[in-house]
Design a protein around this ligand. Structure first.
Ligand code: ADP
Ligand code: 5GP
Length: 218
């Protein structure tokens, strides 16, 4: 009979998994799939001064706050990073992330390149940066319109910024082209799982390997 030993998962430090892309390339879609299919990653819910879109839930997609509250959070140093995007403020509250990381919780960030730079400067070793590119600008435009959430004027503004956002591709560790959603998701999931296996993140390895080395040979 084969002796099967079921090993409990080793203790691990969590990671900060950043997905960025020009607006409309599909990062929210990929983020949603990750959150649904991976039980070990939680969304870092940002604060924003932008008004909710139809279907967006306060506290779930964003914490929707006004400008004076946002500036108060900045002054209190309560945000890990923040930026002004498309005329609205966005930021990452510190509180949820710090404790979770130590407990092995991974966090997903849907933030832009400015926030990515700030987060990297603050927590380089914990950060994994993934940039999602559209297959073409025509397809990006089509997706922005298909989302049915923004006026033509807002879409034109997002398109005008797209090439500027794309120019920040080299500030990321991984770049994935979202031509097909399922293929793109699979690649992003592989990146997440590989990064979880990094030696430095597997904090339980030291004891585990010590036990292996000290155990009597069978
Ligand atoms: P972002 O979060 O980057 O602004 P979304 O995830 O909201 O973008 O995607 C924009 C639109 O494009 C949505 O309607 C989404 O369903 C669609 N979409 C996302 N990925 C693909 C894809 N690979 N092929 C076709 N449509 C896509
Ligand atoms: P949207 O309004 O479409 O939800 O987001 C607009 C842009 O703001 C996206 O590029 C998104 O990644 C970015 N964003 C959302 N939350 C944050 C945040 O907390 N910090 C930063 N820096 N960018 C954010």
């Amino acid at each position: 009979m084969v002796d099967t030993v079921i090993q409990a998962p080793l203790a691990r430090r969590g990671l900060l998994f950043i997905l960025s892309s020009p607006s409309g390339a599909g990062k929210s879609t990929i983020a949603r799939m990750l959150l649904e299919q991976d039980g070990h990653i939680a969304l870092s819910v940002s604060v924003t001064t932008r008004p909710p879109r139809p279907g967006e839930v306060d506290g779930q997609h964003y914490h929707f706050i006004d400008e004076s509250e946002f500036h108060r959070l900045v002054e209190e140093n309560a945000l890990l990073e923040w930026a002004k995007v498309f005329g609205h403020y966005y930021g990452t509250p510190k509180a949820q992330v710090k404790q979770g990381l130590r407990e092995g919780q991974d966090f997903l960030f849907d933030i832009d390149w400015q926030g990515t730079q700030q987060l990297y400067q603050r927590a380089e070793g914990d950060v994994v940066r993934v940039f999602i590119l559209p297959p073409s600008l025509e397809e990006l435009h089509r997706r922005l319109r298909s989302r049915n959430t923004d006026s033509e004027e807002v879409i034109a503004g997002r398109m005008a910024r797209a090439q500027d956002e794309i120019s920040h591709w080299d500030g990321y560790d991984f770049v994935v082209i979202n031509d097909n959603v399922d293929n793109c998701f699979e690649k992003v999931r592989q990146i997440l799982n590989s990064e979880r296996m990094r030696r430095a993140r597997q904090t339980g390895l030291i004891d585990y390997v010590r036990d292996l080395m000290n155990a009597p040979a069978p």
